[in-house]
Write a protein that binds this ligand. Sequence first.
Ligand SMILES: Cc1cc2nc3c(=O)[nH]c(=O)nc-3n(C[C@H](O)[C@H](O)[C@H](O)COP(=O)(O)OP(=O)(O)OC[C@H]3O[C@@H](n4cnc5c(N)ncnc54)[C@H](O)[C@@H]3O)c2cc1C
Length: 448
Amino acid sequence: MTDNSSADKPVIIIGGGWSGLATACFLAEKNVPVRLIESAKQLGGRARKSTSNTQLLDNGQHLMLGAYSEMLALMKLIGIDENDVFKRKNQHLKLLNGRTLQTVIDLKLPALPAPFNLLSGLLFSKGLTLREKLSVLYRFDKLLKKQLTAAEDRSVEDWLKNAGLPHAYLSLLNALCLAAMNTPAEKASALSFQNVLNETFNGKNGSTDLLIPAVNLGHVLPLPASLYLNKKQASILQPKKVTALVKEHNKATQVITEDQHFHAAAVVLATPPHISRQLLKPFQECNELCHHLEQFRYEPITTVYLRYNESCQIPEDLFGLTATLSEWVFDRRVCEQPGMIAVVISSNGRHMDLDNKALSLIIRNELAVLFPDWPRPAASWVIREKRATFSCTPEINQHRPGVSTAIDNLFLSGDYLVTDGLYLPATLETAIRNAKACAQEVLNYLNQ
Ligand SMILES: Cc1cc2nc3c(=O)[nH]c(=O)nc-3n(C[C@H](O)[C@H](O)[C@H](O)COP(=O)(O)OP(=O)(O)OC[C@H]3O[C@@H](n4cnc5c(N)ncnc54)[C@H](O)[C@@H]3O)c2cc1C
């Protein structure tokens, strides 16, 4: 069946993750007719709500930052009040050794403009001597100010090796690298990490703030975005899997799903690199792009949810652990799930060799060392996202495409692209920034 009813052909966006939704909202705001096609039953992609045996969870615990300026701007545009969906709090980075229970570092960054937030935070931090604090202030600033070029990119481990930073601070940076880039310091890109650190620690007032989701991820953006799109008369088709594209005279003219054909004025692939590659492979002019997309490798993220008694509570909303499988511990009380604890484990490691039951048991025992008074959890869930993010290495940075393709009206959106020359890791902010750049390119094309 062919859908050619509309004389005013829409821009078709393939993929209803945060990047596809954001692209659709930016275009709809400019009154461009939009049709979004998503293969899954629900919107949100890798940041969505997930229901397991009637228990409402997220597909993985997420954390956003005050530095996510484009995400916050999009929310404002579509009428989301930040205070309805996030708990904003000053950055508090507490890292404990999960075996010895000693504090590795405890750094609270007050709401002051950079660099005074870090300055004040370091002076009052625990885990460093005064001499070490002064050395961090000088050396960390120097490290961030000497902007790396793409040619100088190397591993984070290599970059930090000779920086002369104290051990406790290196432990914190390694933990932040793994959390922010989902790639361990020995292979993560120093250039991307430097960009993240600069945007966070040298950004606008409030950049270092933590934005902890206070509702399930579906309610943070996917649901409000779909309501906004409905209001703008954009259509959302789901679940509907796109299987192919039709190209005529160097233009993508139709999008084909399992049971329908849709005519398009322009097409946006807001799908991850491996899916975009499948859809682009038939087109010879996209050979080079497909070669770049083939180079992407992926890292998993595992979230272990443990449901304790409602009275069980951690002292802060979240903290980090070293020397354990558990890396970051979140209290889901923030999103009205008292007693639910989420433990996040980034990337690969021993946890990937364990089955879900064995992994939950280890995590439960690690928490029992910290909170000996807690009763056993009544239930647990393990959610493993095998392709949570691309592996953010110096090698892949050389293959990351921009939003345009060799086909005139075919564009890319997603967390893996590079726009404005900034090599950022796969985050919600990157997904939305690239969506904005993509929407601008689509508008330029439509207006030419
Ligand atoms: C467990 C986990 C924890 C994370 N934690 C954080 C965090 O704390 N902070 C942070 O900023 N980021 C985090 N991230 C990363 C963040 O979620 C991603 O960067 C972001 O969601 C990517 O969005 P996207 O739209 O680019 O891609 P996706 O979300 O992958 O969207 C692509 C969409 O395309 C759809 N699709 C695929 N094939 C087709 C097809 N053939 N037809 C139609 N539709 C199709 C998919 O179903 C999907 O909905 C985390 C990711 C995971 C998985």
